[in-house]
Design a protein around this ligand. Structure first.
Ligand code: AR6
Length: 177
């Protein structure tokens, strides 16, 4: 059975899910927006796990479009999956990297057996990606991934911080039926 694709308006860090996706940066060492909230509410174990990843596999940082998991610390989840969205560019098409964030996060989640996964609107804050376009890419990519692996997940949830973001994702869901 194909997983449900759902939308909620709210704070990612208040969600209950097997895995929460963090809109990180390649340093993996924290920042503002979702990333700041994940570390603030999740506690120091997440940063410790990120530092360990920097010291081992990702000495040069996590490349844009890739994803890696850590503990979720005190969050109501088993895992945080950190992914690095592309910074919006008006001159260069970076859509493939934004799609890759979603695909790779789901690949990592499936590898961990995480059946419920919550995503924020990656790249639409500090990285300035226009919401409608980001929503179209996010929804389309997740939909394709779920169709390709219908038994891997129960629910993929987009958690949108405000009404504007929620509306953009609602339109993207409706657009592709
Ligand atoms: N829950 C859900 N959505 C949120 C939350 C939250 N707690 N906080 C913000 N948003 P951003 P990016 C929304 O900036 O654009 C960080 O500094 C926000 O309104 O968190 O991928 C990282 O360290 C927006 O719609 O991520 C990177 O340096 C969306 O989440 C950089 O920002 C994404 O906004 C990544 O930028």
């Amino acid at each position: 059975m194909t997983a449900r694709l759902t939308l909620v308006q709210g704070d990612l860090t208040r969600q209950h899910a097997d895995a929460l996706v963090n809109a990180a940066n390649s340093s993996l060492l924290g920042g503002g927006g979702v990333d700041g909230a994940v570390h603030r509410h999740g506690g120091p174990d997440i940063l410790a796990a990120c530092r360990a990843l920097r010291a081992s596999r990702y000495g040069r940082g996590l490349p844009t479009g890739q994803a890696v998991a850590t503990t979720a610390g005190r969050l109501a989840a088993d895992h945080v999956i950190h992914t690095v969205g592309p910074v919006w560019s008006a001159t260069e098409d970076r859509s493939a990297l934004l799609a890759s964030c979603h695909r790779e996060s789901l690949r990592v989640a499936a590898g961990l057996g995480a059946r419920t996964v919550a995503f924020p609107a990656i790249s639409t804050g500090v990285y300035r990606w226009p919401l409608d376009d980001a929503a179209r890419i996010a929804v389309g990519t997740v939909r394709d991934a779920l169709a390709a692996a219908p038994d891997d997940f129960d629910e993929v949830r987009f958690v949108l911080f405000d009404e504007t973001a929620y509306g953009a994702f609602e339109r993207a869901l409706a657009d592709r039926g």
